[in-house]
Write a protein that binds this ligand. Structure first.
Ligand SMILES: [Zn+2]
Length: 300
């Protein structure tokens, strides 16, 4: 963010659940004041049915399991990989049974551990076309709003490309890719169904929808990523329409996961994670933030 926009932002009420993300990448290249806290160990737990949280405390990784292989989504920081693998083992699953590793978006805090997790599992890494390029190169291009302000990632050797709406199958598992660009050009939201006996629920793993940028990147007039505002709008509309019983987000705080886990542990059970309005509320908060950012750019 440049100085005038940063000043404008101080006067804007950013939705509480997104404030932690506002500053996440707003720092000198290569440094990460949040990383140690993000990478704190989190005990893995079942969210619903065959959906488990295996991430570190501040960065989600999700395991979806079946007796014919598993799918892992997001790899946290490079230093999160051994913790994610340990959580998979702690739940009684084997890394070798992970068939696909998916990603929300290629920033160091969600994709940093993927190369190592691929090495440990032998899984195929799957991403949108734009994300696949960044994963293979190990750093984003100038069309990433945070280009130049964030660290790179250990590159991933082989990446299979998925299209918008494409469904991946592992045994009985079916996970669908929904391209939700804006935060990055390759951002992807993933959906699937998880069941407990007869009750099957729609799970949404929503990508970041926040307009965070490096100094000098303007969302309102950008020649390198000219469709960024249109992309955000389409992503908001898409997420708004998804069947969404359980929302998980790449940053667990963005969907109040820890409050929900506490309720879960204090007797509410799986229902603590269920909220059919959660996707729409996430979109409403993100829309508000983008509007504030656009207003600050146009006004300042
Ligand atoms: Zn990001």
């Amino acid at each position: 963010m440049n100085g005038s926009i940063r000043r404008a932002f101080r006067t804007i009420l950013v939705p509480a659940m997104l404030t932690t993300l506002a500053v996440a990448h707003d720092e000198a290249p290569g440094t990460c004041k949040d990383c140690a806290a993000w990478n704190e160990t989190q005990k893995p737990f079942r969210v619903y049915g065959n959906t488990y949280y295996v991430g570190v405390r501040g960065l989600s990784s999700i395991l979806v399991t079946s007796d014919r292989g598993h799918v892992l989504i997001d790899g946290g920081l490079a230093e999160s990989a051994p913790k994610i693998a340990a959580s998979v083992l702690e739940l009684g699953f084997r890394m070798e049974d992970v068939k696909f590793i998916l990603n929300s978006h290629v920033h160091f805090d969600h994709a940093g551990g993927i190369a190592e997790l691929q090495r440990l599992s032998g899984a195929k890494v799957v991403a949108s076309q734009s994300s696949a390029k960044v994963l293979q190169e190990g750093h984003s291009g100038a069309d990433d709003p945070q280009f130049g302000s964030i660290r790179g990632i250990p590159p991933v050797a082989h990446v299979k490309v998925v299209k918008d709406g494409e469904t991946l199958t592992v045994g009985p598992l079916q996970l669908t890719a929904h391209l939700t660009p804006g935060h990055t050009p390759g951002g992807t939201t993933w959906t699937w169904k998880s069941c407990e006996s007869e009750r099957c629920l729609n799970v949404v793993y929503a990508d970041s929808l926040t307009p965070v940028s490096a100094d000098g990147f303007l969302f309102t007039r950008n020649t390198v990523y000219p469709s960024v505002l249109e992309d955000f709008e389409n992503s908001f509309n898409k997420l708004d329409m998804l069947p969404c019983d359980i929302l998980l987000t790449s940053h667990p705080d963005a969907s109040d996961l820890w409050t929900r886990l506490e309720k879960h542990d204090h007797g509410a059970g799986a229902d603590a994670f269920v909220d059919p309005t959660a996707c729409r509320r996430l979109v409403a908060a993100a829309r508000e933030w983008l509007q504030a950012r656009v207003g600050a750019e146009r006004g300042g």
